[in-house]
Design a protein around this ligand. Structure first.
Ligand SMILES: Nc1ncnc2c1ncn2[C@@H]1O[C@H](COP(=O)(O)OP(=O)(O)O)[C@@H](O)[C@H]1O
Ligand SMILES: O=P(O)(O)OC[C@H](O)CO
Length: 495
């Protein structure tokens, strides 16, 4: 009883990692699953794929160490993705609507035009954007035949992916979420820690659908014994970006992390203070421990590693993502090609769903190397936009505070050096890059009493490499001006 199973249910794959007594990974398994795109801008997951890949990977990882070694489970998950199921049968009423899905753009537009956004932002910290769960729940109730009646009769349950997995893992006994996941629904008042009756009424969502909200380290029930051969308590739950914030030990105000996977999500710990954003960032819950909320400012951008996927799968100019760095280094220094990767619109701080990507500065000499460099640099430029907004929203942020990074794309030394250069601040890459799963494991293991307290855990955070800024300030200013001009010309309303 010395290990913790972390379940990391992500957008494109489910992962399970068992962490040992020293918080080092001891076993793991991963399975990808299908993405469904039933219409332009729509993205769905089959709930059974989510469940089956989660169960199979969890069983495979547990088998490597033996179930008797597992003390508890921590769950971390793709956030905002929305499911509704029948309380009696457990059957979902529809496929899961994924966070990337834009089908409720019109509903959001209507609610915005009617002047509801300021009230919603003040209470939830979020914006009226299809990204969040609330309008997706409304869509399901409005469009699945009979759903609203069944919801009104108390027969249905809503959940983000954590809640759905807890329900399935406990054999339908527990309908719960944690505060970080609740904070992404658009239905949760993060100031008071309560579901908001007025917003639910505005979206026509019966409150009987909603799960109980717990701490991020809390008792979420035990798994049905037949699943793993023994009941395992679920003691930690957090949305994946918040779990990464915990895994990176960003426990003090002013500490921040940025995760570079398909997209990029930067979170700045603002402590017990809920900081409203004047710069179109999100205000969210970083974690809730012992009933005490720690808040964060978050910047979300939709395309980071996905730009490299585009080089590989769309343009076919790299055969492997890891080749992009050497191509960028070989690019012509005289050409300043800029890619604005607004493939699905732009996220924070622009929130422009209608814009589409653009390349600037092409000449007859532009080739694959220059385009690869532009793709990698776009990640640095976009992060700078986020950190600029954070600095403006929270002037307490020291201008030389390091950025802790994780996620698949941080393997790219070129990208990390450019990031440090363009931010003008150090970029710290830790030894353990599985920080999301590590955060979930720590929450559960700390609750179980086998992992150390916050301070000791924070002290064990290990640097693998620091990227120090090397670019001179004139070059930096010129490059940033070029980026800002390119974004201006890309925005859908660039009049
Ligand atoms: N060496 C590399 N250079 C540049 N990009 C990379 C490199 N290795 C991985 N990536 C990018 O990182 C992403 C994968 O990161 P990961 O954290 O696994 O993402 P996710 O969890 O969102 O699926 C991919 O988009 C891939 O293109
Ligand atoms: O599954 P990921 O790693 O792409 O993360 C998705 C985010 O939680 C969406 O908000």
């Amino acid at each position: 009883m010395t290990h913790i199973l972390a379940i990391d249910q992500g957008t494109t794959s489910s992962r399970a990692i068992v962490f040992g007594p020293d918080l080092a990974p001891a076993a793991s398994a991963q399975a990808e699953f299908a993405q469904h795109y039933p219409a332009s801008g729509w993205v769905e997951h089959d709930p059974d794929d989510i469940w089956q890949t989660t169960l199979a990977t969890a069983r495979a990882a547990v088998a490597q160490v033996g179930v008797e070694a597992i003390t508890a489970i921590g769950i971390t998950n793709q956030r905002e993705t929305t499911l509704i199921w029948d309380r009696e049968t457990g059957a979902p009423i529809h496929r899961a609507i994924v966070w990337q899905d834009r089908r409720t753009a019109e509903t959001c537009g209507r609610l915005k035009a009617a002047g509801h956004e300021p009230m919603i932002t003040e209470r939830t910290g979020l914006l009226l954007d299809p990204y969040f769960s609330g309008t997706k729940v409304k869509w399901l109730l409005d469009n699945v035949p009979g759903a609203r009646d069944r919801a009104q009769a108390g027969k249905l349950a809503f959940g983000t992916v954590d809640t759905f997995l807890i329900w399935r893992l406990t054999g339908g006994k527990v309908h719960a979420t944690d505060a970080t996941n609740a904070a992404r629904t658009l239905l949760y008042d993060i100031r008071h820690g309560t579901w908001d009756a007025e917003i639910c009424a505005l979206l026509d969502i019966p409150m009987s659908l909603l799960p109980e909200v717990k701490d991020s380290a809390d008792e979420f029930g035990a798994t049905a014994p037949e699943l793993f051969g023994a009941p395992l308590p679920i003691l930690g739950v957090a949305g994946d970006q918040q779990a990464a914030t915990v895994g990176q030990a960003c426990f003090a105000p002013g500490m921040m992390k940025s995760t570079y996977g398909t997209g990029c999500f930067a979170l700045l710990n603002t402590g017990a203070e809920m900081v409203p954003s004047q710069n179109r960032l999100l205000t969210t819950i970083a974690y809730r421990l012992d009933g005490k909320v720690t808040y964060a400012l978050e910047g979300s951008i939709f395309i980071a590693g996905a730009a490299v996927q585009w080089l590989r799968d769309g343009l076919g100019i790299v055969d492997d993502a890891s080749r992009s760095g050497s191509m960028a280094r070989a690019a012509d220094p005289e050409q300043e090609v800029i890619l604005v990767p607004a493939f699905t619109g732009l996220g924070a701080p622009y929130w422009d769903a209608e814009s589409r990507g653009a390349l600037f500065g092409l000449t007859r000499n532009t080739g694959p190397n220059e385009i690869a460099r532009a793709a990698l640099q776009s990640v640095g430029f976009q992060t700078d936009d986020l950190l600029d907004a954070m600095q403006a929203d929270w002037p307490g942020l020291p201008s030389d505070a390091p950025l802790r990074v994780d996620g698949g794309m941080t393997a790219s030394n070129y990208t990390m050096q450019f990031l440090a250069d363009i931010l003008g601040r150090p970029v710290d890459r830790p030894q353990v890059l599985e920080t999301t799963a590590k955060g979930a494991a720590w929450l559960a293991g700390m609750k179980a009493g086998i992992y150390p307290d916050r301070e000791t855990f924070a002290a064990s955070w290990d640097l693998e490499r620091r990227f120090a800024p090397e670019m001179d300030s004139a070059t930096r200013a010129r490059r940033l001006a070029g980026w800002k001009d390119a974004v201006r010309r890309t925005l859908s309303d660039h009049s």
